[in-house]
Design a protein around this ligand. Structure first.
Ligand SMILES: Nc1nc2c(ncn2[C@@H]2O[C@H](COP(=O)(O)OP(=O)(O)OP(=O)(O)O)[C@@H](O)[C@H]2O)c(=O)[nH]1
Ligand SMILES: [Mg+2]
Length: 448
């Protein structure tokens, strides 16, 4: 099936059937909306002067981005064809963050300094019709980073969320400094699926003096990667150099092919798009499921208490019906004849029902007060104190999702109303489970 059509179908499906549920449980779905809005994105990040812009120019086949040995470029630049025929070659950040059709609205919160360093360059090459490349300013050292005027690593994280592929590039001399960059993007990507969206590239290898220098740099890099990822298996690292920059040598020719593979990988990013969207939906709907499950447990505990209070009210109401008259008569001498003696003598009239019904009404009112003012608040307090007990956290995946939505459950419980004890949460849970088990799986099977 056509990827674009599938994305549009997904967008429609999410809007009509899932967004009302996200709203109901006050979950933020703007990430999902942003990802669904636009074309596939490849984000290129890494140390300054690692060759990011050189690689982009090579892909596009034009010298679009400025390159140079010192930190050259301090802007985030989107390179793509852009629909609007307004003649301008560049779109400034202020326009980008305010354009509803683009997924950059959230970047407004990074402030004026960031917006002044954000732009889109219109590039008319065919492969950029269906994708966008983002060139980024290189990572500086921690001290200099402070002068940027905006939170650089947070911006990277936000772009990484939108990206279908993140190319993390560094040169052999700075192979030891990638961990901040990696951590910034890793924390925003989905836990189970994010790793396949990151591509590691060691560039400028022609600058290694000899093979042993290269091997040493590569070793440092592998060590750093395993420290960062906590994994023993090392992800694929593309070892490359820019053919236009390096003197061809016999040793280098071995890695010539890797540059081509890297280009292919970048160009194939649109193909991962729907899979990426499905992974994001999968994760967010599973978060929604946990919140809804917690509210279902709360609702069923509330109903159990309501049933108990109901039974008590029935018994107390019956007792009040028959005993209000005799007790009052015993205490005050009024009424002359209670309902029971009127029943015995066969002289029952509506006058005899007045006191018993008042007794029943008082019992019902007191029970209601008890339930709403005491039982429900107590239940809310208990649930808040043992929130994790409301859901089944049988896997580390679920535990991880729970840590993200726990706060939401907190605020939903604190605002719980009597309507939360109805069947609505169960109906919602059914819908969410159905979506995960059937509809989402159908979409996955369409892209396989
Ligand atoms: N020898 C060699 N030089 C390269 C290679 N790739 C890039 N360069 C040069 O390295 C310098 C930095 O490259 P850029 O592409 O500007 O690096 P960047 O990562 O975009 O740098 P910033 O935008 O400053 O973060 C430029 O002078 C390039 O010509 C390469 O593979 N080998
Ligand atoms: Mg650059």
């Amino acid at each position: 099936m056509d990827e674009k059509k599938l994305q549009a179908e997904l967008q429609h499906h999410v809007r009509t059937s899932l967004l009302p549920l996200f709203n109901r449980y006050r979950l933020d779905y703007s990430d999902l909306e942003s990802v669904l809005k636009w074309k596939p994105i490849v984000l290129i990040i890494g140390n300054y002067s690692s060759g990011k812009s050189t690689f982009i120019n090579e892909l596009i086949g034009q010298n679009i981005q400025r390159t140079g040995q010192a930190p050259t470029d301090d802007s985030f630049t989107i390179l793509t064809t852009h629909g609007r025929e307004d003649g301008e070659k560049e779109v400034p950040g202020s326009t980008l963050v305010n354009d509803e059709t683009l997924p950059f609205g959230r970047f407004k919160s990074f402030g004026e300094q960031f917006i002044a360093h954000f732009r889109l360059k219109k590039v008319d090459v065919p492969f950029l019709e269906n994708m966008a490349l983002i060139d980024s300013p290189g990572m500086l050292d921690a001290v200099t980073e402070k002068d940027r005027g905006y939170d650089y690593l947070a911006v990277l994280g936000e772009f990484a969320k939108l990206a279908d592929l993140v190319v993390l590039m560094f040169d052999p001399h700075k192979a030891g400094t990638i961990s901040e960059t990696y951590t910034a993007i890793r924390s925003t990507l989905p836990d189970t699926a994010g790793e396949d969206r990151i591509v590691f590239v060691m560039s400028r290898i022609d600058e290694c003096d000899n093979l042993s220098d290269l091997v040493r740099s590569y070793g440092t890099l592998c060590w750093n990667l395993s420290q960062m990822t906590g994994r023993k298996d090392i992800p694929t690292i593309y070892v490359t150099y820019a053919p236009g920059e390096a003197e061809p040598s016999e040793i280098l020719s071995v890695w010539r092919e890797e540059r081509e593979q890297l280009k292919k990988k970048v160009l194939s990013a649109p193909g991962f798009r729907v899979n990426h969207i499905l992974q994001d939906i999968d994760r967010q709907v599973n978060e929604l499921l946990l919140v809804c499950e917690a509210m279902c447990t709360f609702s069923s505990m509330g109903r159990t208490i309501l049933a108990r209070v109901g039974k008590f009210t029935l018994v107390a109401g019956l007792a009040a019906f028959f005993l209000t008259g005799p007790i009052l008569k015993g205490l005050t001498g009024v009424p002359d004849e209670s309902l029971i003696s009127a029943l015995v003598q066969g002289t029952v009239s509506t006058r005899h029902l007045l006191l018993p019904l008042t007794g029943v009404a008082v019992v019902c009112f007191l029970s209601w007060l008890w339930f709403t003012r005491w039982s429900v608040p107590r239940l809310v307090r208990q649930c808040l104190a043992h929130k994790a007990g409301l859901v089944n956290l049988d896997s580390s995946y679920k535990k991880n999702l729970w840590s993200k939505v726990e706060g939401k459950v907190d605020s939903l419980l604190s605002r719980a109303r009597l309507s939360d004890l109805g069947g609505a949460h169960y109906r919602n849970l059914g819908k969410i489970k159905r979506f995960l088990a059937r509809e989402l799986q159908d979409y996955y099977s369409k892209i396989r």
